[in-house]
Design a binder for this molecule. Structure first.
Ligand code: HEC
Length: 169
């Protein structure tokens, strides 16, 4: 199990390396949601469905956690992990579109989120309450971090102060 964990971690690190500096948004790229807004309607619907499923998953974890229902957390985390838009049965041209339209930093944030969901699943399987809490809060952070970078058209309260000033011009 440990080996599997490190192998996964290694794969994640490797993919980060190959993506290079993708996560460091260049100045002016902050809050640029044009990538998402440029998606075709069918892909955007899929993304929206994925998001709503993530939200209900996150909400359901709270009572499960508080009552020690580790099995439920495990299966919810597994579902969240698998709801990866990139892993859906997309046509070849949809896959191309995703890669062409979505910025690298978005894809990295998505991958990071699914990595955390995998870790939550693992923590729930091991019945480690503290670790479950840790990964749950990391996941919450990851929702906000991606929304602040790519979904401020949907969640304007997440605009950074500087961006609000830019918008006021
Ligand atoms: C990799 C980026 C990313 C991550 C991670 C992410 N989101 Fe989102 N989310 C988005 C984007 C982009 C939108 C706006 C989609 C649009 O405008 O079509 C969005 C929209 C949403 C919406 C509104 C959906 C709708 O159309 O009604 C909800 C709810 C949501 N996210 C919940 C979450 C939750 C909960 C998490 C974490 C568990 C999360 N998201 C993680 C990128 C992300």
């Amino acid at each position: 199990m440990k080996l599997f964990f490190f192998a996964t971690l290694f794969a994640i690190l490797l993919s980060t390396v190959s993506y290079g500096e993708g996560d460091k948004l260049k100045h002016g790229e902050h809050g640029n949601s044009s990538g998402v807004e440029a998606l075709s309607d069918d892909l955007r619907d899929l993304l929206s469905q994925e998001m709503q499923a993530l939200e209900s998953g996150m909400i359901s974890i709270i009572p499960a956690y508080n009552s020690g229902n580790w099995n439920e957390i495990e299966s919810t985390a597994e579902k969240m992990n698998k709801s990866y838009i990139m892993k859906k049965n997309l046509t070849e041209s949809q896959v191309k579109e995703l890669h062409a339209v979505l910025p690298r930093a978005f894809i990295e944030k998505d991958q990071n989120f699914h990595y955390l969901a995998g870790m939550l699943e693992h923590a729930a399987k091991s019945r480690k309450a503290e670790l479950i809490n840790f990964y749950f809060s990391k996941m919450n952070e990851s929702c906000v971090s991606c929304h602040a970078a790519f979904a401020t058209h949907r969640f304007p309260a997440l605009l950074l102060k500087e961006q609000k000033e830019e918008h006021a011009h």
